[in-house]
Design a protein around this ligand. Structure first.
Ligand code: PMP
Length: 351
């Protein structure tokens, strides 16, 4: 080993789902199959590229204000970043600095472990129960912070707000982060608790319900004090995380509440219909409240199924991880894409 090797930070990176170049039925990374709000397209068409000479506003003021208006909170309670991955990474850096372990479920978004390792934060992973439900009492013990997604990924299960609040209330001495990437497809958001609990941060994204994964916009809501700490960390890292195009398009997306709600309704309708189709084929699955379904089949090996679907140009996600290696995660696509998938599955299962 070279001497300098000792000083190199070595990390095992997060592995995102595949982004194939060729045209496939893409149900593997929980993107939205519908386009962003029409205002985003119009803004891009009319964009004055001369403005790109200048640095963007480091405070991302227009987008912060648009989100504050949307959620009826003060601008001092909003932080924005380059996708919720960037926001979550900043949260780990800013809020998880204890010697005690940070807690997150054993089956959850696999990036949490990567950030914990990257920033050298100790962590523990309480087990979800046999039905993949969060056991709230596991989060009562001493810890250096708590984070979980609601709905959880890849299980797609949503915990009612009283469960989330119970965990926040039992952890007033640490920061609790609720990752609500998928909450728009589910139910009540913990955003309504941010004025009640000054130890709460809620993280959200434009990548799912707002159809803008390619734009990379995420945000966090919390008390003005916590948001100030996040901004201090951000300005110590990179002043200009939000580019000018994202700021303009982000505002356009937030403006169109009607389109946003219609988009969500279409995904939920297709999800509920798809559950019926999966059931007819003999699949078992959790009661998804997200834009994806986490399914297993008692007669078919998940890895083989995943490979066979991929060979047909139908991409879903498969995790070779303990307890879930017999599951596939299927993003809810358009009705047509889902129909193509079901036609293949019926042929594959000779049904
Ligand atoms: N949280 C969860 C639970 C996710 O599944 C994802 C999507 N991979 C993210 C956060 C990050 O999404 P983005 O960076 O696109 O906002």
């Amino acid at each position: 080993m070279k001497e300098y090797e000792k000083n190199i930070r070595k990390v095992e990176p997060y592995v995102p789902g595949e982004q194939p170049r060729e045209k496939v039925i893409k149900l593997n990374t929980n993107e939205n199959p519908y386009p962003p709000a029409p205002g985003v397209r119009a803004a891009l068409k009319e964009m004055d590229t001369d403005m790109l000479r200048l640095y963007p506003d480091p405070t991302a003021d227009v987008l912060v204000k648009a989100l504050a208006d949307f959620y009826q909170v003060d601008s001092s309670q909003v932080f924005v970043g380059v996708g919720s991955d960037d926001v979550l990474s900043m949260c780990f850096l800013t809020f998880f600095n204890s010697r005690k372990p940070v807690l997150f479920p054993d089956i959850t978004y696999s990036f949490y472990k990567v950030w914990a390792e990257l920033y050298r934060i100790p962590y523990e992973c309480p087990k979800l129960d046999k039905d993949f439900r969060l056991v709230k009492e596991d989060y009562y013990k001493e810890n250096g912070g708590v984070i979980f997604p609601n709905p959880n990924a890849p299980t797609a299960l949503y915990e009612e707000l009283f469960v989330v609040e119970d965990i926040i209330a039992h952890n007033r001495d640490v920061i609790v982060i609720i990752d609500e990437a998928y909450v728009d497809f589910a139910g009540a958001s913990a955003i309504e608790l941010i004025n009640k609990y000054d130890n709460l941060i809620v993280v959200k994204t434009f990548s799912k319900a707002r159809s803008m994964a390619g734009m990379r916009i995420g945000y966090a809501l919390g008390s003005p004090a916590l948001i100030r700490y996040l901004n201090d960390a951000k300005y110590s890292f990179n002043s200009y995380t939000m580019n000018q195009i994202s700021l303009i398009c982000g505002v356009e997306a937030v403006k169109d509440k009607e389109y946003f709600e219609e988009n969500i309704r279409k995904i939920i309708d297709t999800r509920e219909w798809a559950k019926g189709e999966l059931k007819d084929l003999g699949f078992q699955f959790t009661d998804s409240k997200a834009n994806f379904i986490f399914a297993t089949h008692p007669e078919y090996d998940a890895c083989e199924l995943f490979e066979s679907m991929k060979a047909e140009g139908i991409y879903v996600r498969f995790f070779k991880s303990p307890r879930i290696e017999q599951y596939i995660r299927i993003t809810v696509g358009t009705r047509e894409d889902m129909q193509t998938m079901f036609a293949f599955l019926r042929k594959y299962m000779k049904k």
